[in-house]
Write a protein that binds this ligand. Sequence first.
Ligand SMILES: [Zn+2]
Length: 147
Amino acid sequence: MPRCGQPISPGKRRLPVDDAQHAFWTGYVRDLADSLGLKDWDISIWRDVTNSGIGGRITCVSGRKQGCIELGHSFFQSSPDQQRHILIHELLHCHLDPIDTAICHAKAHNDSETIAVLHSTVHTEIEFAVDGITAAIASRYPVPDTS
Ligand SMILES: [Zn+2]
């Protein structure tokens, strides 16, 4: 498992923000995490991003309350409302990561078509649930003020 702040694959570029901006996003995410029931989680933001067009992605460390958020280039072209949505969405994944991890382990030990379908279905339904909850609650949280 790569550590936060270190490149995880070739083709990555430096985060297009300076240290002060990185500190801002780290603080903003910390405040959101505290409000979303993740006070005892260590949440970090990657310094490198992909060109994949994703808004964001979180990697949770199995067996630890630790998550690393990777921001995509499109995140920085998004509105403050969209940025808040992306970050809340990624943070909510922390609560459901044990389910995702369990089904991934089942798939790793059983390559049956049934497990593959279950894995795909659970992953898709987690995305719908996380995004639906995010849409329902995002307006309760402040938008990032980068001015
Ligand atoms: Zn998601």
